[in-house]
Design a protein. Structure first.
Lengths: 553, 161
């Protein structure tokens, strides 16, 4: 992974000192509330329902064990002993004290971490595929490009006060695990007819109250032109995006108001002016950054572990179930990628305790070259585990409640913190997640239902990505009571689509039962091996709607 | 209103901000003209003898300013709110268009944006009395490393040294 040099370190140290002074001046009454709000948000600090919330950046979801141990330590020292993984692969602390945040940032800087631009109307953390570098059909590892973008976006002086937040996601090939089509900019590494690798550029995706799927504005962008092209998009947006209404300020609204062709024309015109400026990438820089993402020193004899693994899988049914659900192929023979489930029974999805963080760090050192990844689905990944180590790894994870075999299933939900923590939320989410977990506790049933994506948001801002779930649940407030609107047929993958609302919102007590009804309709209609999403796409939402809202006799 | 020019507190300001009522009387002095007035009296102003500046905000037609850069010695960019970032791009475009006159930030201008403003090409900052302090010049250069090129130095980090 990328290693800071003196300059990188100096930048985050300076930023800590700068933020410490801003906090001091705010507490001394020298900075007005509204102004400090913008400043603290740009440094990841929200003021929430019960306490501030600090969002720590995890650039493209990649951490080392030292960083994860530091996070564990910080949650013990400054928080309540746990952290939360977000859909943009960042880490949130729910209980820091405003006046202690500069100290937390100083500790993070010791391990090359920070909270720069994790919130606010600026360029946010760039995200990517949590299997980057290990999937066979990848065109190129997207992480060097994410790092190049990270550097360009960090403390960008021109684009710090955009009309609204701005998120970029990069994928390395045709598969999309980064929800790139619902980002302000989605970048897909592609190969053109001449065999050159470049980017397909999408713009204007986003969720919130008016969800949009991104549109292609350039089918092939040469790699060296990446930053100048991004600069052109950002300048057009900064100058033309709406600032009169925050709900219409995202780039998606500008793109749909102008039309994608007109928007692309503006970008190309600006790009013509700047494409040969100093910002154009150099081979030397690209090569230097790529050098940080060389393959891990895989053991040639890892394949020898396959025979042992075969026996272990045969002997231990519980291990086999976990292996089938929570591990994935790796392009190097003898290795698997392991998904560490942060979706235990009756615990907040995406939460991880200080003890678990330490355990994961130790296991990463022992079995995974010290590397840990956070995922868009709010889990962690140990991406390079040798076949012969899987059994022992599983036992340790299992002992620490990190091995629930539910990845890709109904209970592997994306859930925002909802009304319990968030001051924007209209409705609770965590108790509904519990309700769903209680109802669907039978793994045989869950496995029979198969691959499914259920996401839940506590308000229309859609942090829980409900629009792009196979089953989406949106919490709404009706005269002080929590109700839930259900959408079906969304996807955040390469076949991205927005879910359709099936009808009026249902009371909280009925959510799990309603999901059961929906799943019954699926089971009745599914063709052999047909996934839930494919059945919904084939038969439409009508049959589901009919059953859910059937009059009770 | 305190004024910073090139990171120092300016003791005097040679520029007079005019309005529709007094513009005629000051035509041959160093004046800053609000954009609407500039749009209305463009020909007269361009033909005047004194130094000419225009004050513009993000809602106004920046192209008209760009078309007349040769005659302008100052562009004042107004920040209507702390969170309005259009002025940053204005300054950047002015500098890349070869403008070497003064670019002055006016409106909601305070310590914590000075550094970014300067990097984008601003060299003068009009600051409200209640937000001014002598120590605020320290805000320049708070972060010494710059990853990306900007008007102050077009070289991104990978082309520096």
């Amino acid at each position: 992974m990328y290693q800071y040099n003196e300059q990188d370190q100096s930048l985050i140290n300076d930023r800590v000192a700068q933020y410490r002074d801003q906090t001091r001046r705010f507490l001394a009454g020298e900075i007005p509330d509204e102004e400090f709000r913008a400043l603290r948000l740009m440094n990841g600090l929200y003021i929430q329902r019960q306490a501030p919330m600090l969002r720590i950046a995890v650039p493209y979801g990649l951490m080392n064990s030292t960083q994860v141990r530091k996070l564990a330590d910080i949650t013990r020292k400054y928080d309540k002993g746990y952290a939360h993984v977000t859909t943009r692969t960042n880490i949130q602390l729910n209980w820091p004290k405003l006046e202690e945040v500069p100290d937390i940032l100083a500790e993070l800087a010791e391990v090359q971490m920070h909270a720069i631009q994790t919130s606010g109307n600026c360029l946010r953390n760039t995200t990517t595929d949590h299997f980057a570098g290990i999937v066979p059909d990848e065109i190129e590892d997207p992480r060097p490009w994410c790092e190049i973008i990270r550097q360009w976006t960090t403390l960008h002086p021109e684009f710090a006060y955009l009309p609204r937040k701005f998120k970029i996601a990069v994928t390395g090939g045709p598969e999309d695990r980064a929800a790139s089509q619902v980002h302000d900019i989605g970048l897909h590494l592609v190969k053109n007819d001449a065999g050159e690798v470049g980017f397909e550029v999408l713009v204007g995706g986003g969720l919130g109250r008016t969800p949009h799927i991104g549109k292609v504005i350039r089918e092939f962008l040469p790699q060296k032109d990446l930053l100048t092209y991004l600069e052109a998009i950002l300048r057009v947006y900064n100058l033309n995006g709406r600032r009169d209404n925050k709900y219409k300020a995202r780039i998606k609204i500008l793109v749909s108001a102008l039309g994608v062709e007109e928007f692309a024309k503006l970008v190309e015109a600006e790009w013509d002016i700047i494409r040969d400026t100093e910002t154009r990438l150099t081979d030397e820089h690209i090569d230097r950054i790529k050098g940080f993402f060389e393959p891990q020193p895989y053991a040639a004899d890892a394949v020898d572990g396959l025979a042992v693994l075969g026996n272990q899988l045969e002997d231990d049914a519980e291990f086999r179930v976990w292996y089938e659900r929570n591990t994935r192929d790796h392009k190097v023979a003898g290795y698997r990628a392991v998904i560490v489930s942060l979706k235990p029974h009756l615990k907040a999805p995406g939460d991880i305790t200080d003890v678990q963080l330490d355990v994961v760090a130790d296991l990463a050192d022992k079995y995974n070259f010290g590397e840990i990844r956070s995922t868009h689905d709010q889990n962690l990944v140990l991406a390079h585990v040798a076949a012969g180590d899987l059994y022992n790894l599983w036992k340790s994870l299992n002992d620490n409640n990190l091995a629930r075999p539910n990845i890709g299933t109904l209970t592997d939900m994306i859930v925002c913190p909802g009304f319990d923590f968030c001051s924007l939320a209209n409705a609770h989410t965590l108790n509904v997640a519990d309700q769903i977990n209680q109802k669907f506790d039978d793994f045989d049933y869950i496995y029979d239902i198969g691959e499914i994506k259920l996401n839940m948001s506590g308000c229309i801002n859609a942090c829980g990505h409900h629009h792009v779930a196979h089953i989406g649940i949106l919490g709404v407030d009706k005269k002080g009571e929590d109700f839930y609107q259900i959408t079906l047929g969304g996807s955040s993958r390469e076949d991205a689509s927005l879910g359709k609302i099936i009808g009026k919102a249902i009371p909280q007590a009925d959510v799990a039962d309603t999901i059961e009804t929906i799943l019954q309709v699926y089971v009745e209609h599914r063709a052999e091996e047909e996934r839930f999403i494919d059945t919904v796409r084939r038969i439409g939402v009508a049959p589901f709607k009919e059953r859910v809202y059937a009059p009770v006799n | 209103m305190p004024l910073l020019i090139n990171r120092a507190v300016a003791t005097e300001d040679n520029w007079l901000l005019v309005d529709a009522d007094n513009v005629e009387a000051h035509l041959n002095e160093d004046i800053v003209v609000p954009f609407e007035l500039f749009a209305e009296l463009t020909e007269t102003l361009l033909a005047s003898e004194g130094g000419l500046g225009v004050q513009i905000n993000g809602d106004q037609d920046f192209d008209l300013v760009l078309q007349n850069l040769q005659r302008l010695s100052l562009v004042a960019v107004e920040f209507p709110a702390f969170t309005d970032g259009r002025g940053f791009s204005f300054a950047r475009i002015l500098r890349r268009s070869g403008f070497t006159g003064q670019i002055r930030a006016v409106g909601d201008v305070s310590q914590d944006r000075l550094e970014y403003m300067e990097r984008c090409g601003f060299d003068a900052f009009a600051i409200a009395d209640e937000r001014f302090s002598e120590s605020m010049v320290q805000a320049f250069g708070e972060v010494s490393v710059h990853y990306q090129g900007c008007a102050d130095d077009e070289r991104p980090i990978f082309r520096q040294q």
